[in-house]
Design a protein around this ligand. Structure first.
Ligand SMILES: *Cc1c(COP(=O)(O)O)cnc(C)c1O
Length: 393
């Protein structure tokens, strides 16, 4: 039997409706949207423009403000590098947060080497950024603030309205990596005062290898230094032939998200609470990581006292989840996100992230509860046994 998939923050399966929408654009309508001399090009271009509208509708933008990329990693790189280099004359200070995705953190670290000054804001014990900290970090040289919508590891949602307001008051660009949560949290870029926003297809039941970047078109106009040079597609900001099937898929995924968002958030939250209660009522020494309320609806990040996260993961044969700790083979460092939140080291090593998604069922949740409880009890028994025998584990 295949393991039950509960790792939806890593990637999601495609919605069958997304695949259906994409199919005609592989074999029949394979045209290059940049071909203006025949109907193959026109058909492809129409599909791309439709997708732009579908994405814009989800986030309260206009189609012209949506640019296609190869994924959110590229969107983050383009937003941060592109705006930093374009605004170099204005200032050299960038503010981000310690628990951002590596696509943001590593881009910022490269800029630091190139002479930009970086402020990596701390987070509170729930993983949230404090707007007062942001306010205090701003200098006359600050040109960009990059804070994500929600953290994919612990699920905490950042105070985006407050951050947007501060950015606007100081006339600083605000980039938001909204990969996690865009399909769960209603987002309106105007209301939230977001200038640049990264999206990814494969985190919202769309295909892999496609992403988008929202770039505000209202004045003052944002100019981004391109990462890629070439044919000048996407208004010269992102050269390269457009991935038409991927774009169609991302558009469809956004259309579905807009449709199901309110109901789905409730369903996922109920399943998440069921999972949490089921585990808590059968086990002691379980700690929740992240904010108890203000979190992604499908996310549950737990630490299990006296259990090693990796041993537990290995034991959970019928469940596909991930450990908070990034286990780079040699250096088994606990997660930088939990570390930044000040989570006790032994608990950071014992964390498991459950990510419930669109196609999970209550029966699956029940099964996962059973397996987690049984494995944890077994591991705790074993470590007590070894302790008695004086063996280090
Ligand atoms: C997955 C993820 C990314 C990277 O997206 P890709 O499309 O896989 O490149 C960036 N930011 C966050 C928060 C993510 O979860």
């Amino acid at each position: 039997m295949k393991a039950i998939y509960m790792d939806h923050h890593a990637t999601t399966p495609m919605d069958p409706k997304v695949l259906e929408a994409m199919m005609p654009y592989f074999l029949e309508n394979f045209g290059n949207p940049a071909s203006v001399t025949h109907s193959y090009g026109w058909t492809a271009n129409e599909a791309v423009e439709k997708a732009r509208t579908q994405i814009a509708n989800l986030i309260g933008a206009t189609p012209k403000e949506i640019l296609f990329t190869s994924g959110a990693t590229e969107s983050d790189n383009l937003a941060i590098r592109g705006s930093a280099h374009a605004l170099r004359q204005k200032g050299n200070h960038i503010i981000t947060c310690q628990t951002e995705h590596k696509a943001v953190l590593d881009t910022c670290k490269v800029l630091e080497k190139e002479g930009f000054t970086l402020s990596f804001l701390p987070v509170d014990r729930y993983g949230g950024v404090d707007p007062d900290h942001l306010q205090r970090a701003i200098t006359p040289k600050t040109i960009l603030i990059s804070i994500m919508l929600a953290n994919g590891e612990v699920g905490t949602i950042h105070p985006i309205p407050e951050i947007g307001k501060i950015a606007q008051e100081h006339e600083i660009l605000f980039h938001c990596d909204a990969v996690q949560g865009i399909e769960r949290i209603p987002v309106d870029v105007d209301q939230l005062k977001i200038d640049l926003m990264s999206l990814s297809g494969h985190k919202i039941y769309g295909p892999k290898g496609i992403g988008a970047l929202y770039i505000r078109k209202k004045l003052p106009r944002i100019r981004l230094e391109p990462l890629l040079r070439g044919g000048g597609q996407e208004q010269g900001v992102r050269s390269g032939t457009l991935n038409v099937p991927g774009i169609v898929g991302l558009g469809k995924a956004c259309e579905i998200a807009k449709e199901v968002l309110p109901q789905e958030a409730v369903i996922l939250k109920d399943l998440r609470n069921l999972l949490f209660k089921g585990i808590l009522s059968n086990l002691d020494g379980v700690h929740l990581n992240g904010h108890p309320e203000n979190r992604l609806s499908g996310n549950l990040n737990l630490s299990f006292e006296s259990v090693e996260g990796e041993s537990l993961l290995l034991g959970l044969k019928g469940v596909a989840v991930s450990s908070g700790s990034a286990c780079a083979s040699a250096s088994r460092e606990p997660s930088y996100v939990l570390k930044a939140m000040g989570v006790r080291e032994d608990l950071a090593y014992s964390s498991i992230r459950f990510g419930i998604g669109r196609f999970n069922t209550q029966e699956e949740v029940d099964h996962v509860i059973g397996e987690v409880v049984e494995r944890t009890k077994k591991l705790r028994q074993m470590s007590r046994h070894f302790e008695k025998a004086g063996v280090m584990v």
